[in-house]
Design a protein around this ligand. Structure first.
Ligand code: P5A
Length: 440
């Protein structure tokens, strides 16, 4: 992508409305724009990051055996009347009427709709287990939308829903998502700690929130500090192994970890004082087991091996991609801007032409840009006629992991500089060496 032809509206000044660093940096880097309170457009640079986050989430959901579908944002009120949540959900639900005066709503979550899909076509235990997910916009009319897309009214969610014949089988499904979440957040460059949490309007008695420790987090959390160094399940994890997944779950729940709503002061005080971590955190995921809460009132049942009908045991599993992007920034930035983990960076490399219009600089940059693009890298080429200082500041602000800098003096020697955004380390090397480093 040539910057001169891209759309990346950088802000020079710090936006006044932004209270936390991720919100400030997302606005300054031209990643998002607020359209009305708590409702955002994702501008091209932000959209690239969001797509990469979603690709990792999708990959790990698929690995764990979940199947993707797509459900609509608008739902009919009737479904929610069946489960009893239409009235219970309160003012957070955006209620709309269509032209025939039928009550509709902008979905805050999809338990009812997916249960309806399930009951219309699954009739036998032989079709279980089943886990269906989608990545879709949601709307919750939050009392206090704030911190940009961290807590917005319209937001994206990956929501998965599992269906099983028995409670034991449902626990295996829960453990699959538990392990998949550990892997997902790790690939996003984050350390997320599962913590016992309040189930709120989703219901049931068992749930875990996945929390990123951050001073700017909205949740108050308490946990054993060893979680920070626990091993993440590897990519060859056998998701069909009941014992294997139970062992992962048991390990990751063996020490104290709870959000403030579930906090047990006495249990926490039993943790040796030096091992106690009392901190703030960002909830990036939340998984639930709620048994037959929806299947019973909505009549979602299958025939079991005993020939009788059984209400299915269900769980639901949410991740917030539009919250994850600022959470990643909260965890990874410096005073110059964002530092993207390579897995979600909007571009792999930025090529900075320090003197656009200078034939040697232009030729060198074109050569590098073409070679790296051909090798499948996402390359941003800063071919604008901005001052070099402005270009460096922009490159640091948008946080692309590698900068290849071509200035007249180095280019005259057949060389460029390669800068690592995270460490700031710079290395001068031949043009060929710079290309080879990233092509291999
Ligand atoms: C689980 C999947 C649910 O809604 N139903 C379907 C269950 N869970 S949840 O905890 O309420 O939300 C799941 C995740 O969505 C993100 N999230 C938000 N992100 C941005 N702005 C919001 N207002 C918002 N509300 C929820 C969080 O990451 C949460 O863990």
């Amino acid at each position: 992508m040539r910057l001169s032809r891209y759309f990346m509206p950088i802000l020079k000044e710090n936006p006044k409305e932004a209270e936390i660093v991720s919100h400030r940096l997302m606005l300054r880097a031209g990643m998002i724009r607020q359209q009305s309170q708590g409702i955002y457009s994702w501008l091209p640079l932000g959209k690239r990051v969001l797509d990469k986050v979603n690709a990792i989430i999708r990959d790990e959901q698929n690995r764990a055996g979940a199947i993707e579908l797509s459900m609509p944002t608008l739902q009919s009120a009737e479904l929610w009347q069946e489960s009893g949540r239409y009235d219970a959900y309160g003012k957070e639900m955006l209620r709309i009427k269509d032209r025939q005066d039928r009550p509709m709503l902008y979905g805050p979550t999809n338990e009812e709709m997916v249960t309806d899909i399930f009951r219309s076509s699954v009739k036998s235990y032989k079709d279980l287990p089943l886990n269906l997910y989608h990545i879709q916009l949601k709307f919750r009319d939050e009392i206090r939308p704030r911190f940009g897309t961290m807590r917005s009214r319209e937001f994206m969610m990956k929501d998965a829903y599992s269906f099983d014949l028995t409670r034991e089988a449902a626990e295996h499904s829960y453990n699959k998502m538990f392990a998949a979440y550990l892997r997902t957040f790790d690939r996003l460059g984050l350390r997320a700690i599962p913590m016992r949490a309040d189930t709120g309007p989703i219901g049931g008695k068992l749930s875990h929130e996945f929390i990123i420790l951050a001073d700017t987090g909205e949740s108050e959390v308490f946990c054993h500090k060893d979680f920070v160094d626990f091993d993440i399940p590897g990519e060859h994890t056998d998701f069909d192994s009941v014992e294997g997944l139970q062992a992962i779950f048991d390990k990751w729940t063996s020490l104290y970890a709870a959000t403030s709503e579930m906090h047990d002061e006495a249990a926490f005080n039993a943790v040796p004082e030096g091992d106690r971590l009392s901190a703030r955190g960002i909830e990036v995921g939340h998984i639930f087991y709620f048994g037959t809460k929806y299947s019973e009132p909505m009549g979602a049942k299958v025939q079991g091996p005993d020939g009788k009908e059984h209400f299915v045991h269900m769980g639901s599993y949410g991740i917030g991609p539009t919250r994850l992007v600022p959470a990643i920034i909260e965890a990874s930035h410096d005073d110059k801007g964002i530092i993207w983990p390579a897995s979600v960076a909007p571009f792999d490399i930025v090529v900075i032409n320090m003197k656009a219009g200078d034939q040697a600089c232009d030729d060198t940059c074109e050569l590098i840009y073409a070679a790296l693009t051909k090798a499948g890298k996402d390359v941003l080429y800063d071919d604008t006629d901005d001052r070099a200082g402005t270009k460096f500041a922009t490159a640091d602000l948008i946080g692309v992991p590698v900068q290849i800098i071509a200035g007249p003096r180095a280019v005259a020697n057949g060389e460029v500089e390669v800068k690592d955004r995270k460490t700031g380390a710079r290395e001068t090397m031949t043009i060929e060496a710079a290309i080879n480093r990233f092509v291999a």
